[in-house]
Design a protein around this ligand. Sequence first.
Ligand code: NAP
Length: 301
Amino acid sequence: MYDVIILGGGPAGLSAAIYTGRAWLKTLILESAVVGGNAAIADQIDNYPGFPFGILGGELMENFRKQAERFGAEIRMEEVVHIANSPEGKKVTTSEGEYLARTLIITTGAKRRELDVAGEQEFLGRGVSYCATCDGAFFRGYPVAVVGGGESAVKEALFLADIASKVYLIHRREEFRASPESVDKLMKNEKIECKFNRVVKRIEGDTVMRRLVLQDVHSDAEEVLEAEGLFVSIGLVAAADFIQGFINTENGYIVTDEHMQTSAEGIFAAGDIRVKHTRQIATAVGDGAQAGMAVTEYLKE
Ligand code: NAP
């Protein structure tokens, strides 16, 4: 029996574990993919305080992991498939087995939204990717495209410009959601060509992706773009399919109060998986710290 099981090992989960570990609570973190979550596969992070010249996402998250483990957190690489209340406690079912805890903190965050166009699934891993830092190196010297207009898409385009022969950035509007600093770098980069007011209509190829068919959102005119890779970066969707009903959610995101308590007693949530306005590493850390302290107080009572 654990005092607390933290579902998800990203910035919120690791921060929560630092607090519960320091309170001597027996803490287990369950992570399905990468310790550090989306932040661990980010390239340069310039807006996390304490690093005046920026830090690589992987390095920052490795520090978080070491700090959580220093205070006793146990980390297991297992996917959570179900959670339930049982007479013995909160029961967590994973791909490998079952665990019991007195409390849970859900920090499973958000995953990349899919485009939902023809060819996306067919060419997944054969041209289509959701992570430039993971897969960009396969496209050295080839033309690629990025779709999206947020901070992630602009950062991915800038990252790929150092690798690919040419980068097309496809955005359905003319204004970006990305920070002015990133947009300025983008506009100055001669290897990046912006394709505004266009959407990806379909992805074509043979054994691998070869081209994209774009559509102008105003005129409906189609255009063919020769590209060997497409990096889909169109925002995030909640990653908590295992909740299945008994915790209040909105569009898949978990509703909490300011102490990170969910609608289910003894179950807390923190970070990007919460209904909230801003999804940043810094805000996830704040949530995680709050959830760790709230669990500590709850167990004392
Ligand atoms: P985002 O800010 O939600 O932007 C998503 C972009 O994709 C928008 O430009 C949107 O277009 C476009 N889009 C959405 N659905 C689409 C569709 N079906 N077809 C075509 N385009 C579509 O997502 P994000 O860039 O992944 O960022 C998520 C959060 O992480 C944000 O809060 C961001 O600030 C943060 N972030 C921070 C950093 C950092 O270094 N600090 C890095 C990356 C991300 P519209 O603009 O027309 O809606």
